[in-house]
Design a binder for this molecule. Structure first.
Ligand code: COA
Length: 383
């Protein structure tokens, strides 16, 4: 008889840009104030990527940190899922850029788009691929460069969002725990409430779409707020029930960090005291898919998680979508720090991966040039 498999979280990592944009900075750009933003959202400041940073570069940093914590080599990854609404390109997938930079030779890679719920969607998909027996190691990344799709003259949106990345590494285990349950949901009738209209097949990028500002995120904040306060508690309850747990069994609630009033309303719906709720949106704003994995990493850093704990993750976002999951923590904390030589070896590996990638590109160019040259010579001889 084969033993039951579980998908444990064995690695975690985050990256946030160094540049901080405060509410006071924003008040110099649009008609808003620190008081308004704090009172209506709970946000104090957010991080903004520098011009060289993109969703893939931040993903790579978070991914490397997660692999280092778990002491897992990139070659052991079976799958990389990057959840994002702001990929580097429409294609290739950002996950493929991450796969190349890590040197994860055996890994499949794809992007997953489910609005801000993307990360929990990714966790659901990744955990099931492990529990089914298909894969051993799946890296789920949430990363966003939302500052690139903000209209910095629109106070309805630009005060809310920030940039960053987080990654969790899922691994097959026969020890009970890990991702115990998840629920995914969608209501496409609310798709117009939060969207990026331009750049897709409906409104391909053109001078006109740019003039109409269709390349910026648009939102009906009031309606999204109403939806979020209704769905967050409900979705969390469903995942708790699916894991056959009770509210009292929840040790830490890690919600999508969009608005403190939405978080408080979800906690109230569940009957959870705020000391069981993890909040860091004051420092980062809403980082969409990156919000839950960054919060997860910080909960570990702040020693809010210990083995045996039941954690509830819940998110909502564009689509409209929602998702929730229950995780039972298993890994002893704090994670042991890798010895210096192992960290050095990792750095060498990543340099090697970069070199191999360059060689492959050069080889492709050369073989294409060679093929054409041979074709020309043959053509000349025949002629
Ligand atoms: N600064 C100052 N005033 C602002 C403002 C800003 N940044 N943004 C809006 N206002 C004004 C509005 O124009 C409105 O003025 P009016 O009464 O004269 O028309 C007033 O503040 C109230 O607007 P309202 O939209 O009712 O505010 P709110 O309390 O609903 O808060 C949000 C607005 C956007 C913070 C809130 O609706 C929200 O968080 N929605 C969810 C958004 C979200 O989470 N999106 C991401 C999903 S993943």
């Amino acid at each position: 008889m084969t033993s039951k498999r579980y998908a444990q979280i064995v690695g975690w990592g985050k990256y946030v840009p160094t540049q901080v944009l405060t509410n006071d900075d924003l008040a110099k750009m649009v008609d808003t104030s620190d008081d308004w933003i704090r009172a209506r959202t709970g946000i104090v400041e957010r991080r903004i990527a520098d011009p060289r940073e993109t969703t893939s570069t931040m993903s790579i940093k978070a991914a490397r940190a997660a692999l280092q914590v778990a002491d897992v080599a990139p070659e052991r990854l079976d799958l990389i899922i990057v959840t994002t609404a702001t990929p580097d390109y429409l294609f290739p997938a950002t996950a493929c850029l991450v796969q190349d930079a890590l040197g994860a030779r055996r890994a499949g890679a794809f992007d997953l788009l489910a609005g801000c719920s993307g990360f929990v969607y990714g966790l659901g998909v990744g955990s099931q691929l492990i529990i089914s027996g298909a894969y051993e190691n799946v890296l789920v990344i949430g990363a966003e460069t939302l500052s690139r799709i903000m209209d910095w003259t629109d106070r309805n949106t630009c005060v809310l969002f920030g940039d960053g990345a987080g990654a969790l590494l899922l691994q097959a285990s026969d020890a009970p725990g890990g991702v115990l349950s998840f629920t995914l949901g969608a209501d496409g009738s609310g798709g117009d409430l939060l969207m990026l209209p331009g750049g897709g097949s409906r409104h391909p990028a053109s001078a006109e779409t740019v003039a109409q500002k269709l390349h910026y995120a648009r939102m009906n904040g009031r309606e999204v707020f109403r939806f979020a306060t209704r769905i967050m508690g409900q979705a969390a309850k469903e995942a708790i029930q699916a894991a056959e747990l009770k509210i009292d069994d929840v040790d830490l609630f890690i919600p999508h960090q969009a608005n403190i009033r939405i978080i408080q309303s979800a906690a109230k719906h569940l009957g959870l005291p705020m000391d069981k709720v993890f909040v860091n949106l004051d420092r980062y704003g809403n980082t969409s898919c990156a919000s839950i994995p960054i919060a997860f990493c910080e909960a570990i850093e702040e020693e809010r998680i210990k083995p045996g704990d039941h954690l509830v993750l819940v998110s909502f976002g564009a689509g409209l979508t929602w998702a929730s999951a229950v995780v039972q923590w298993h890994v002893p904390l704090p994670a042991p720090r890798l010895p210096g030589w192992k960290r050095l070896l990792r750095r060498v590996r990543y340099c090697w991966a970069r070199l191999v990638s360059r060689l492959r590109r050069t080889y492709r160019k050369f073989s294409s040039w060679w093929g054409k040259a041979v074709g020309r010579i043959r053509g000349n001889n025949n002629g």
